[in-house]
Design a protein around this ligand. Structure first.
Ligand SMILES: Cc1ncc(COP(=O)(O)O)c(C=O)c1O
Length: 426
């Protein structure tokens, strides 16, 4: 098939054998080198139209060698996404190089970041008056960037603390403004979320900050408080439930999320921010934390985490192919209810400390009544290919993180193991 210069994915390439080819030039090796015909017009030409290989739907069963990984993050990724990345790795869409090697300002990478953004916008139905930014530094950096961009050092802001991450965000904000702790679940070991009329907000607060899903404690907001401050700005750390269910973005001033739980590898943090909140950063704000700099430069002010953004793009594509976030949420509800049902139905052998109405769909912490059996539980599960079940070091116990990419089969295998373990040890 003749290649057309105007088709982005049908670059006309000449396939020649590299002198470094490990197969001695027979042409069967993946080390064949591709050279643009534009640069080597005198060589004989074999043109092929190259279209992106499709992202095949996830199978329900992972391949034999893969474990069920219940890690809280970095976490399991969809196997079809990993396979697609593998097939693209050395030579992305016949560009002759990998995503990791290409200029972030070239047309190839621009197409990647633009598609990632438009797919994310489609998934979350992000309104036009919001910017989507792909940043670095993890969600932890946003703990500082949020106050630096949204208020002055003298402004009051409100923090609801429902777990360890919200607490870290609150403490970091103390360096940059005057945060009020409007509610803390610490006294109850972070197992609840209050009804929203149970605490008072400061009418002068520039924003109200929440952590939408506490990864360590397994506490998740099922609806959201309305900020009472005059600017009505709700800010949410959605690191561990990002894209796990539909969210009405218009209720938020800012949503931020580290990618490494639900939507990609570590290294990229996504910020979705209402445009009118951009442009008022404190004078001391480092350039890398200033949302205006990143918005004005379409997340390309400096070298972005190109490969991580590419991986997020593949995940967004996969989520759209699964039918979008409504369909993803249904699958997540099914997995979570199977696991919580097994815990609650164990007659106290397993216990989840979190109040039922706010239990996380993503991170399921539980303890064993006989706590001396927890280490054995974790060890035996690992022997059966279910890994990373240890609870966070600050709380102990067991934690099963069942993000979007955890197949139902993984949760089914875990609950079968739990029942079996109980039968052996009851
Ligand atoms: C809810 C939440 N917020 C913030 C963070 C910190 O993210 P990072 O390590 O990307 O800075 C985490 C990490 O696990 C998290 O779960």
């Amino acid at each position: 098939m003749a290649a057309s210069a105007s088709t982005p994915n049908s670059l006309c390439l000449k396939n020649v054998t590299s002198h470094r080819s490990p197969d001695g030039g027979k042409g069967n090796s993946p080390w064949r080198r591709f050279v643009s015909t534009k640069k080597a017009p005198s060589l004989s030409i074999a043109c092929t139209a190259v279209s992106p290989s499709p992202l095949v739907p996830s199978s329900t069963k992972p391949s034999q060698e893969r474990v069920f990984n219940f890690a809280a993050g970095p976490a399991t990724l969809p196997e079809n996404v990993l396979l697609k990345a593998q097939s693209d790795l050395v030579n992305w869409r016949a560009s002759g190089m990998s995503i990791m090697e290409m200029s972030h300002r070239g047309k190839e990478f621009l197409s990647v970041i633009q598609k990632a953004e438009s797919d994310l916008r489609a998934l979350l139905r992000v309104p036009d008056d919001y910017e989507v930014l792909f940043l670095q530094g993890g969600a932890t950096t946003q703990f500082a960037a949020i106050p630096l961009n949204l208020c002055t050092s003298q402004d009051s802001v409100d923090y609801m603390v429902t777990g360890a991450w919200g607490d870290k965000a609150f403490k970091e904000a103390q360096k940059f403004c005057k945060p009020n702790l409007v509610w803390s679940g610490k006294a109850n070991k972070y197992t609840t979320i209050p009804s929203f009329d149970e605490f008072e907000q400061d009418p002068d607060a520039k924003y109200l900050h929440i952590c939408a899903n506490e990864t360590i404690h397994g506490v998740e907001f099922k609806n959201y408080p309305v900020p009472k401050g005059k600017d009505k700005v709700l800010v949410a750390d959605m690191s561990s439930n990002f894209c796990s269910k539909p969210v009405d973005v218009s209720k938020f001033g800012v949503i931020y999320a580290g990618a490494q739980k639900n939507v990609g590898p570590s290294g990229v943090t996504i910020v979705i921010i209402r445009k009118d909140l951009i442009g008022n950063a404190q004078a001391i704000t480092p350039v890398m934390l200033d949302f205006k700099i990143h918005a004005d430069n379409k997340s390309l002010y400096n070298t972005p985490p190109c490969f991580a953004i590419y991986m997020c793009g593949l995940v967004f594509e996969d989520l759209l192919e699964q039918g979008g976030l409504e369909s993803v949420e249904k699958k997540n509800l099914k997995k979570a209810s199977l696991l919580y049902g097994t815990i609650d139905g164990s007659g106290g052998f397993y216990k989840c400390p979190v109040e039922k109405s706010v239990r996380s769909l993503m991170n399921v912490p539980f303890t064993l009544e006989k706590s001396d059996l927890e280490a054995e539980f974790i060890k035996e599960a690992a022997k059966e290919g279910m890994v990373q079940l240890k609870g966070h070091r600050s709380v102990g116990g067991v934690r099963a993180s069942i993000y979007n990419a955890m197949p139902l089969a993984g949760v089914e295998k875990l609950v079968a193991f739990m029942k079996d373990f109980q039968a052996k040890h009851a």
